[in-house]
Each structure stands twice: as C-alpha cells, then as structure tokens.
Design a protein around this ligand. Sequence first.
Ligand SMILES: Cc1cc2nc3c(=O)[nH]c(=O)nc-3n(C[C@H](O)[C@H](O)[C@H](O)COP(=O)(O)OP(=O)(O)OC[C@H]3O[C@@H](n4cnc5c(N)ncnc54)[C@H](O)[C@@H]3O)c2cc1C
Length: 235
Amino acid sequence: MTSATSVHDTAWTSGRVDEVERVGDHLVRLRLELAERSEHLPGQHCVVRLRAEDGYTAQRSYSIASDPADPLLELMVECLPGGEVSGFLHDEVRAGDVLEVRSPIGGWFTWAGDTTAICVGGGTGVVPLVSMQRHAARLGLADRLRIVAVARTFAALPYAGELLAGGAFVALTRENLGDRVAHPPYPDEIERLAAGVERAYVCGSVGFASFATRLLGEVGVRSDAIRVEQFGATG
Ligand SMILES: Cc1cc2nc3c(=O)[nH]c(=O)nc-3n(C[C@H](O)[C@H](O)[C@H](O)COP(=O)(O)OP(=O)(O)OC[C@H]3O[C@@H](n4cnc5c(N)ncnc54)[C@H](O)[C@@H]3O)c2cc1C
C-alpha cells in the first residue's frame, strides 16, 4: 500500500476510457486505464482535465470508486444541468477516448481499514464510500465500516444495489424503501451504527454535509472525529 499523496505529489497522466456505462438518465460510470498509476487509498479522488482544440481547459475533481486492487480507475459522475465537465463526460465520452487525469489526490478523507468508522454519503457523495466498502470486503474488514447512503430515490443513488448488498443502510428521502417511509435518516436509525466508532466520514453537497455532521453530533460522534468532503459548485 502506498502512503497517501497530496495534490502536490501527483503528475498529470493520460487515462484511456476502457468502459462507459450510462446509469439511468443522470449518471455515467467510467473505467479508465491510466498510463501511470499510483495505488490510491479508499476515499481519495482524482482530477480530470478536458482540453479544447483552442487550448481552453476545464478541470474537476471526481472521487475514485475503485478498490485499490482494481487495475482500472472507476469514476461515477452525475450530469448536472448546464454542467461543463460532467455534461461532457456524460454525453460525449466514448470507450477509447483519452482524458488527462491527475491521481490520486487527498490524504485526509481516507480510510485504510485501520479504524472502526461510520460513513454518511449523500448522492454522488457515496462514491468514495464505495471504494471503502470494496476495500473492506476484499480484506474481510466489513465489521469496521458502517455506511449510511442517502438519496432522493433508489434510481438516483449511485451503486444502490451494491451498497445495499454490502450491508449499507439506505435512506431515501422521496420514495419509500421496503417498510421505511421516505425521510432523511433519523438519529435513532444511525445511533446503533455510530456506537463505538473511532472516526466518521461525511461526503456530499455542502447542505448535505452540514445535515450529516449535525446528525452525527446528535448521536454522540465527537466533532473532531468527523472528516468531511464537500462537493461544492467550484468543484
Ligand atoms: C473532492 C471532490 C470529489 C468529487 N467527486 C465527485 C464524484 O464522484 N461524482 C460527481 O458527479 N461529482 C463529484 N464532485 C463534483 C465535481 O467536481 C464537479 O463539481 C461537478 O461534476 C460539476 O462540474 P461541472 O463542470 O459539470 O459543472 P459546472 O459547469 O462547474 O457548473 C454547472 C452548474 O452546476 C452547479 N454546480 C456545480 N457543481 C455542483 C455540485 N457539485 N453540486 C450542485 N451544483 C453544482 C453550478 O453552480 C452551475 O449552476 C466532486 C468534487 C470534489 C471537490
């Protein structure tokens, strides 16, 4: 396992698109083969840079969904209305295309399996948690990782089936799921998952992150144990 790298340690490389899967209307799953690959830690992200013929560039961060042992870099991107980079990745990218990528990035929002943790992700905020879940499953550490995945509907939740099958608690806010009536997670639903954890990870939009951080505080998770990754509009 390599140690966590920071944004300054990584160089741009090329990523050949090996697989493109459009999931529903708004999500695209991309699997890239990097020309130069450094092993990542679950929770890290990469930067994708697009370049137009006139030299104009746009770059955005995307969480890595792959387990570190996966030879390919997997991303799950939500196409935002008017989104410059997410729109291109969703609508235009084809297998065989080559993108510029810098990876892996981030040393803070990582889980290597050494702590008992609760993770709360909203929407595409579950993507780094999927890397953690895959890593935990491969190493037999599933008992150390408790995942709470929140989305409006089942179809809008990336990796919904995989998260559920891996034991995640799924809370839908606009659709009932089994016996559970649509609502954000209640404190008493996550209390048992938060019991005894050493660390918490929160990932999603700015609004979701503040909701989830408050929720964790209500069930007794200390604020200095909570690590937050926010997907803001500046990407
Ligand atoms: C560490 C990190 C990891 C991320 N991981 C993922 C990931 O795994 N999957 C993923 O889909 N995205 C992820 N993001 C968000 C991503 O970087 C971009 O912000 C997103 O794809 C929008 O870029 P865009 O060029 O399409 O939109 P832009 O052209 O920048 O913006 C278009 C419109 O969307 C609004 N907007 C921009 N970003 C957001 C946002 N995040 N939420 C709501 N509205 C927004 C803008 O205000 C504008 O109205 C991550 C961000 C960070 C910082």
